[in-house]
Design a binder for this molecule. Sequence first.
Ligand SMILES: NC(=O)c1ccc[n+]([C@@H]2O[C@H](COP(=O)([O-])OP(=O)(O)OC[C@H]3O[C@@H](n4cnc5c(N)ncnc54)[C@H](OP(=O)(O)O)[C@@H]3O)[C@@H](O)[C@H]2O)c1
Length: 331
Amino acid sequence: MQKIRAIIIREHGDPQAVAKLETINLPSPTVGEVRVRVKFAPINPADINVLEGKYPIRPELPGTPGVEGVGVVEECGADVNAFAPGDVVLLPHRFGTWREAGNAHASELVKIRPDVPLEQAAMLHINPATALVMLREFVTLQPGEWIVQNAANSAVGRCVIRLARHFGWRTVNVVRRPELVDELKAAGADAVLVEGEKLSAEIKSVTGGEPVRLALNAVGGDSATRIAGALVPGGTIATYGAMARQPLKIPNGQLIFQDIAWRGFWITRWYQRAGKSAAAELLGELASLAARGVIFTPVEAVYPLDQIAAALAHAQRPQRAGKILLLCSDS
Ligand SMILES: NC(=O)c1ccc[n+]([C@@H]2O[C@H](COP(=O)([O-])OP(=O)(O)OC[C@H]3O[C@@H](n4cnc5c(N)ncnc54)[C@H](OP(=O)(O)O)[C@@H]3O)[C@@H](O)[C@H]2O)c1
């Protein structure tokens, strides 16, 4: 048994008010278990929704938030042969990563190559995975084909830009701030547009009328309607986020005359459906892409666990230049 520090929530509500650092007991790993010292874990929009009690899957109370993170194996229980102390591992989906250390069953851990920067490894499981799976799930994209997305400067959006460039697809990227245009073009965006009423026409103009069959929507409301309005008949818009917290508005004509497919995507459902082996394969591919610098998620700030309130306040600020990470343990 050892004492560790972890973020605990005992109720849902204002994130800064409900997330507290506590000291708890961590037993030794039992048969088949591995004790992992957690290094970094991000604060994603879904974590904020979990703290608020607005996310469909939440830890039981009292519980520890944190959907993803990276750690280093510290000790293996009996009958664990696939891991050794020092291995770098991704923690299981929805492990409750905002803690110094934890025990996980060996079958739930994914060992990754040690040449991925730990900060990047901590963020592979959700956003880069979402970007890569969505680019493959809905439409079989041909070389040079265009896709369109909003919230293009988000972590998912930046991965979409980099992956599309890597695999030979072209992106029209929609943001709500003009100052992001040059930065996203430098990261590989083919075109960057600012949200506005004429967006559908502007998208058709930058693609030169070439067909756009896939739109990725993380905003909702008018923004989703406008990017869907740039699709060819039979195209697909995949909604994976709702940052504007506004309902979708689907014009009748898009369904009746254009046959636009409005689909949803949730990486949690993909992990459940795909199973452990496909998940490990995806994460291995992402780790390789991160090690080569193909995907890279900017970080705006890193906070230790004892500054959780400041970290949560920062993560909820608009117009960030990157993710907020928790440094869960520096030993
Ligand atoms: N379905 C899934 O499986 C899945 C997986 C991963 C992520 N997501 C969702 O995808 C979205 C992006 O996540 P992330 O971690 O990539 O985000 P992030 O890096 O934290 O960035 C947030 C993005 O949202 C934009 N934004 C914030 N408030 C907005 C508003 N009111 N209207 C329009 N845009 C707004 C920000 O624009 P500014 O920079 O201009 O503020 C920024 O582009 C979130 O909704 C998240 O929950 C879903």
